[in-house]
Design a protein around this ligand. Structure first.
Ligand SMILES: Nc1nc2c(ncn2[C@@H]2O[C@H](COP(=O)(O)OP(=O)(O)OP(=O)(O)O)[C@@H](O)[C@H]2O)c(=O)[nH]1
Ligand SMILES: [Mg+2]
Length: 299
């Protein structure tokens, strides 16, 4: 039998992601998009659970004030918790000791992956590499990181601001992915995101690539619950859940019961879906079927 939502949350109430990337790479933008946040509901606590002033993440603040142990959350989506490498990579571009800084990231990952409780572990890493200003990936930071050692958790390389590459003279040529794949321990996935500074742009591709490399069942379910932007991940999970709960037998026994099963799983895995799909392309009957979804998000 599949675990219930509550059992999953008891094991790990939040999906924990380490986001790495140099200054201005687009890290915070991705976190906000993932959590449907305008940034006003940002909360940061330190390793002791003490509130930290969220303004430390503002672009003009000194990176040294930020700590990778700080937990970053958005009230709009409490199922995600983030750690930001900000501050650690500050010198990596300019200082000769960039290996030391890369080492610091690895130490954090290793320490967390040895945590006994699944809820304390890092569950995935998003390594953001900006494609503007012909800056990345650099041998000193990004490539050095992927040449250093094998990661204990899935790593997704996120090529941000990808439109800069498409607009450039070398349009269409993405040497960066080849460079990343040529490292000693290449990322598990590479995804390209563009125009995320625009309000309507989304990052469903990042959700889908991340989901693809989470093999642990609990974490996979938790990630699917936490994500709100991929219709395909939501649908996959609903179908999986229906198969696991003897869908065929329920179909035979009663149509009502079958619909209840669909509604239950849709509420869990696709809580915001109705806001995102144009009413014009969704039959009215399906809207009424999924109506309870609108209130499911707070559970
Ligand atoms: N053109 C473009 N701009 C982007 C994109 N993603 C983010 N930006 C912009 O890039 C700037 C930096 O984005 P942030 O998300 O603050 O970057 P960051 O990595 O968190 O930066 P620090 O916290 O200062 O290290 C902001 O002005 C964003 O609006 C993108 O896909 N395309
Ligand atoms: Mg930031």
């Amino acid at each position: 039998m599949p675990r219930t939502i509550q059992e999953i949350k008891n094991l790990s109430p939040r999906f924990r992601i380490l986001v790495i990337g140099r200054r201005n790479a687009g890290k915070t933008t991705i976190l906000r998009k993932m959590c449907d946040s305008d940034g006003s509901d940002l909360q940061i606590v330190d390793a002791n659970g003490k509130q930290v002033d969220p303004s430390i993440l503002e672009p003009n603040r000194q990176r040294g004030m930020s700590d990778i142990e700080n937990e970053i959350t958005f009230r709009s989506n409490p199922l995600f918790v983030f750690h930001d490498s900000r501050g650690i990579e500050a010198g990596a571009e300019h200082e000769k000791d960039s290996q030391l800084r890369t080492e610091y990231l690895w130490n954090f990952l290793r320490k967390r992956s040895m945590s006994e409780r699944i809820k304390d572990q890092i569950h995935a890493v998003w390594f953001c590499i900006p494609m503007d200003e012909q800056r990345a990936p650099s041998a000193e930071f990004e490539l050095a990181f992927f040449n250093a050692r094998e990661s204990p958790v899935p790593i997704i390389a996120v090529c941000t601001k990808f439109e800069a590459l498409l607009d450039s003279e070398m349009s269409g040529e993405d040497d960066s992915s080849d460079a990343l794949r040529g490292t000693s321990y290449p990322p598990d996935q590479i995804v390209q995101l563009q125009n995320l500074d625009e309000p309507t742009a989304g990052c469903a591709a990042l959700t889908e690539r991340t989901y693809a490399v989470i093999h642990d069942k609990t974490l996979s379910d938790l990630f699917a619950l936490a994500q709100h932007n991929s219709f395909s991940v939501g649908c996959t999970k609903v179908l999986q859940a229906m198969i696991e709960t003897s869908w065929k037998e329920r179909m035979r026994s009663s149509n009502n019961e079958a619909f209840e099963t669909v509604c239950k799983h849709t509420r869990s895995y696709m809580p915001t879906w109705r806001y995102r799909v144009s009413a014009a392309i969704v039959p009215t009957s399906f809207h009424s079927l999924t109506r309870p979804c609108a209130i499911a998000r707070s559970t």
